[in-house]
Design a protein around this ligand. Structure first.
Ligand SMILES: Cc1cc2nc3c(=O)[nH]c(=O)nc-3n(C[C@H](O)[C@H](O)[C@H](O)COP(=O)(O)OP(=O)(O)OC[C@H]3O[C@@H](n4cnc5c(N)ncnc54)[C@H](O)[C@@H]3O)c2cc1C
Length: 400
């Protein structure tokens, strides 16, 4: 049989593509697992942060990738507002959290999967069929799995990245790309933790300390605002996850130190104002930051806890440096397999932004996290998967 389209991979990108193909074309979905949406079920602490409340422009501006404008056509057709509408129309209400992220009102990622499955004929899903090879023929493609060889006019590759391979993301998009001569960037970690031996070996013992702050990477002018959490191995928290992709790239070229601001106040001014009082150094530090950080700053400085009036200018300056730019040298980034998301994938130069079709191979599409498009935490990645999957399928349907 010659299919109109074969979708490979049943994550949000592939399932959304199937929703668009349904009723129009003769298609099947090939999924390597015994279930679809295994990773989707894990997302957002099993509650699935589907999207956010940003405009398309702000959504794109929030991405770290330099070629982020590639996403304009996809997101203009199906951006955060459309995602919300789509799920509402499937009977799934979403609710806003922290005035930013949308989760299903049910509190369950499984309702997102159910809503996606509602729009397709499940008989079209072939489970336990990992695709091994894709061969291009003159006007069609041969898709080889462990069980069968299929013939199709068009293929949508939605196999994800290499993050959390136990959920099915084994990085196969790059194997297919290599075989077909499509250019890609190897997958690397994004949205993950940073390790610092200093935190471990010097027993900085800041585990559990959380702060809303600004972080500078090396001597960069740019600072990154957000929440940081100290852990037993290094640093985590939304801000750290967001910059992990940048830190990974920098570590390939040079050592990386994070400079973390521990107080918004001006320590020099604070100490100078206390010079005429009997206040102790530690109590002034505590007035500017948390008790634990204050003690740690004092320990690291080596300055005894004495009266502020007895402090030397150099001591005030040393504490100012520690409070405004607490140094955490970074040794490594969590590996790509344990990262929530991967950077890298099919280069966007290889794809038409209006269709996600491979420029060199008409009829072949790459969508979702298998492409070099990813975002921070906050519903960006599922939105990108849904939006690009939909764009490719709509183009195929429009061709008839
Ligand atoms: C723990 C965790 C929490 C997350 N939370 C969020 C969140 O709350 N919000 C958010 O926006 N993003 C979140 N993400 C990221 C998000 O899950 C992914 O970006 C998204 O699932 C990518 O969708 P996809 O369809 O491109 O790929 P995937 O979801 O990875 O789906 C790919 C599918 O292809 C199948 N497959 C792979 N290779 C083959 C093959 N050779 N043959 C056949 N099938 C194959 C896989 O089994 C899988 O079903 C989270 C990720 C993780 C790991």
């Amino acid at each position: 049989m010659l299919y109109d389209c074969i979708v490979i991979g049943g994550g949000p990108a592939g399932l959304m593509a199937c929703n668009q193909l349904e009723k129009h074309l003769n298609y099947i979905l090939l999924e390597k697992n015994d279930k679809v949406g295994k990773k989707l079920l894990l997302t957002g602490g099993k509650r699935c942060n589907i999207t956010n409340n940003l405009s398309v422009k702000d959504f794109i501006e929030s991405l770290n990738v330099s070629h982020k404008k590639f996403l304009y056509p996809a997101l203009t057709q199906f951006g955060p507002k459309d995602v919300i509408q789509f799920f509402n129309s499937r009977g799934l209400e979403l609710e806003l959290e922290q005035n930013f992220k949308f989760f299903p009102k049910t509190g369950k990622s499984s309702s997102v999967l159910e809503a996606l499955l509602k729009g397709m004929d499940e008989k079209r899903i072939h489970y336990n069929e990992p695709v091994r090879k894709i061969f291009k023929q003159e006007t069609s493609f041969l898709i080889e799995t462990d069980k069968e060889t299929y013939l199709t006019k068009q293929v949508i590759i939605a196999v994800g990245s290499n993050a959390y391979p136990s959920m099915g993301s084994s990085g196969d998009a790059l194997l297919f790309a290599k075989h077909l001569g499509v250019l890609y960037k190897p997958f690397t970690p994004a949205e993950t933790y940073l390790f610092s031996n200093k935190v471990k070996t010097e027993d900085l013992d800041l585990q559990g300390v959380a702060l809303t702050t600004q972080v500078r990477i090396n001597q960069d002018k740019k600072t990154h605002p957000g929440d940081v959490l100290f852990t037993h191995f290094g640093v985590s928290g939304p801000l750290i996850l967001h910059i992990s992709e940048i830190v990974y790239d920098r570590l390939e070229k040079e050592p990386v130190t994070l400079f973390i601001e521990l107080t918004e106040q001006d320590p020099i001014l604070e100490f100078n104002q206390k010079r005429t009082t009997k206040d102790m150094v530690l109590s002034v530090l505590e007035s500017m930051t948390s008790k634990r950080l204050a003690k740690k700053v004092l320990d690291v400085s080596g300055i005894p806890n004495k009266r502020v009036s007895d402090m030397k200018k150099t001591e005030v300056e040393a504490l100012n440096r520690l409070l405004k730019a607490f140094e955490i040298p970074i040794d490594r980034v969590e590996v790509k397999e344990k990262a929530f998301v991967n950077a890298g994938g099919i280069l966007v130069d290889e794809l038409n932004p209006k269709t996600m079709e491979c420029i060199a191979h008409p009829g072949l599409y790459f969508v979702g996290e298998s492409t070099d498009l990813q975002g921070p935490i906050g519903g960006f990645n599922i939105t990108i998967a849904l939006s690009t999957g939909r764009l490719a399928a709509n183009h195929i349907v429009s061709k008839g």
